[in-house]
Ligand binder design. Structure first.
Ligand code: GH3
Ligand code: MG
Ligand code: MG
Ligand code: MG
Length: 312
């Protein structure tokens, strides 16, 4: 009997990957050797609804970032032992922090020195004295842009589903979580039938409408815990957590029937589409690549044996 996946763990991972609703407050790390200055910035930003963490020791910043999921770092320029630019350089060499916005806050007004500090890969320079409203506005703007960029990297532009890389990453994450909690899950790969002829007959924009409708059907009918991604052109990958192969097949068969009912209209003609699907179950297949291969083989079998069907 399958135990549910550790829900808290899954939710945390998903939040990190997707920034789903409700919108999380921005997480800001403040680095300044002067505790009073850091405390003041922290108070201003917290009053504006953000979550802050303060580090007065630049050497400990990697520790402070660990598990904080920062949207942005506010950094002092001159600190003993390790300057702001030295620290920025170190962070830029850590893969997890490559894109993390770093903003200096300093009373340094010399343009050359500001430029030198930015050259190491920081994103902005705010000069003190700094009005609280200005600080809030600058941090908000940059953190928001960072989140937008992150979401663009994670999701597919046409359908809003997870993109190819993300769904593969989620497959790894799901596998690790399900191994720990001894939970079943399945990977289903689906591919629209005769999709080329939809494009050829009605045009590419109508083809796009079909893909968007399919993604809506998937999102609407699946549970919140199921993960849906656009794997490639007209191919989608679905991770069904807590389902064994038989259960996954019945879910996918329902989806298939639902989608086949959807009416499309183009050039005054009504038409219908269908998809074929292949399912691979964990732990029978225990690595991400074995799951993808097995689901692909099952999908191919579904195509070969008539389409508009799901195979295990
Ligand atoms: P089968 O039933 O064997 O899967 O046949 P098919 O026609 O669906 O398969 P095929 O691989 O020959 O064609 C897939 C088509 O999907 C070709 C490609 O132009 C189209 N396609 C891929 N991405 C997109 C997209 O984003 N939008 C649209 N409209 N078409 C796309
Ligand atoms: Mg200082
Ligand atoms: Mg295809
Ligand atoms: Mg196809």
């Amino acid at each position: 009997c399958a135990k549910p996946v550790n829900a808290v763990e899954m939710a945390e991972i998903l939040d990190q990957l997707t920034n789903r609703n409700p919108p999380e407050p921005y997480h800001i790390l403040i680095v300044d050797d002067d505790p009073d200055v850091a405390q003041f910035f922290s108070m201003v930003l917290e009053e504006a609804g953000m979550v802050t963490r303060v580090s007065n020791e630049p050497e400990r910043v990697p520790d402070a970032l660990d598990g904080f999921d920062a949207d942005l770092v506010l950094m002092d320029l001159y600190m003993p032992n390790c300057s702001g630019p030295d620290l920025a350089r170190v962070l830029r060499q850590m893969p997890g922090y490559l894109g993390l916005p770093i903003i200096y806050v300093s009373s340094e007004t010399n343009a050359d020195r500001q430029f030198k500090a930015l050259e190491v890969g920081a994103d902005g320079f705010l000069t003190k004295p700094l009005a609280p409203e200005r600080l809030i506005a600058e941090v908000h703007l940059r953190a928001e842009r960072m989140r937008t960029l992150r979401s663009l990297m994670i999701r597919d532009g046409l359908t809003g589903l997870f993109n190819h890389n993300t769904i593969l990453q989620l497959l790894e994450v799901t596998k690790a979580a399900c191994r720990r909690s001894q939970t079943n899950f399945c990977l289903a790969m689906i591919d629209v039938d005769h999709f080329k002829s939809v494009n050829d007959t009605y045009g590419h924009p109508v083809g796009d409408q079909v893909l968007m409708a399919l993604s809506r059907t998937l999102r609407l009918r699946l549970r919140e815990v199921d993960l849906v991604g656009r794997y490639g052109g007209e191919e989608f990958a679905i991770i069904l957590v807590g389902a064994d192969a038989e259960h996954a097949k019945s879910i996918m068969d329902e989806l298939r029937a639902d989608f086949a009912e959807v009416s499309f209209f183009a050039d005054g003609v009504e038409f219908h589409c269908a998809f074929s699907g292949g399912i691979a179950a964990y732990p029978q297949f225990s690595t991400a690549s074995a799951l993808v291969d097995a689901a692909d083989r099952a999908l191919y079998r579904a195509k070969r044996t008539g389409r508009n069907r799901v195979e295990i």
